[in-house]
Design a protein around this ligand. Structure first.
Ligand code: PEP
Length: 249
């Protein structure tokens, strides 16, 4: 039985004061959760969040990481830096990184490998654009992305990784995939992992859905057999709305 994993991607939101308020709000609302709960603040808030989360079951994640270990890479943050600030998870390949920073499946694959080698777990994002869905090529797109981002990963590493299915047209738009659309895409992703590895491996992989998840749609999405959690953007910025998604899980 796979555990539900709910992760909040704060994106470029929340200074230190707001971070403190949000984390304290979450701690008071999420006293005991059946799901694994992860918050992914911006880099500047990670140290504050880490201190506030001591003795909490809420885990800390980052939104991205550098491909490099150290040196002359202005503005970049390395795997060991994230590890030292208390991160257990790192989101890689979010569609906003693919779109605005031209990240390819190959780059995302390298980042996922670095995160795993550094003792953290990647949340690896895949998902089709609206144009691709309308052309009826969603399955091919997901297949190519999953093969690309997992290339060369061992079965053990894949089992520990999280894959987030995030249809680009549903991110931040208020348009959620229907539970049938989401379940279908999750099945495609799990089948690709079965082909690449085995049923035993694919049955262990947590596949999250992301795209306008809110308290009022979380339950029906999360009750689908292949949807093992949610990657949440907008609705994770308020403690009560994030907590309502966690309760639904
Ligand atoms: C996201 O950015 O990963 C996301 C799912 O955002 P939202 O929940 O706002 O659609």
């Amino acid at each position: 039985m796979r555990k539900k994993v709910i992760a909040g991607n704060w994106k470029m939101n929340n200074d230190i004061v707001q971070t403190t308020e949000l984390i304290n709000g979450l701690k008071s609302l999420i006293v005991s959760a059946n799901a694994e709960v992860i918050v992914c603040p911006p880099y500047t808030s990670l140290a504050t969040a880490q201190q506030l989360l001591v003795n909490s079951s809420i885990k800390l994640g980052a939104q991205d990481v550098s491909l490099y270990d150290n040196g002359a890479y202005t503005g970049e943050v390395s795997v060991s830096m994230l590890k030292s600030v208390g991160c257990s998870y790192v989101i890689v390949g979010h569609s906003e990184r693919r779109q605005y920073h031209h990240e390819t499946n190959e780059i995302i694959n390298q980042k996922a490998k670095k995160v795993l080698a550094g003792g953290m777990l990647p949340i690896i994002c895949v998902g089709e654009t609206l144009e691709e869905r309308e052309k009826n090529i969603t399955d091919q797109v997901l297949t190519t992305q999953v093969k690309g981002v997992l290339a060369g990963l061992s079965a053990v590493d894949v089992e520990r990784s999280i894959v987030a299915y995030e249809p680009v047209w549903a991110i931040g738009t208020g348009k959620t995939a229907t539970k049938e659309q989401a379940e279908e895409a999750h099945k495609v992703i799990r089948n690709v992992i079965t082909q690449l590895y085995s049923t035993a491996v694919s049955e262990k992989v947590v596949i999250q859905y992301g795209g306008s998840v809110k308290g009022d749609n979380a339950k029906e999405l999360l009750s689908q057999p292949n949807i093992d959690g949610a990657l949440v953007g907008g609705a994770c910025l308020k403690a009560d709305s994030f907590a309502s998604i966690i309760t639904a899980a």
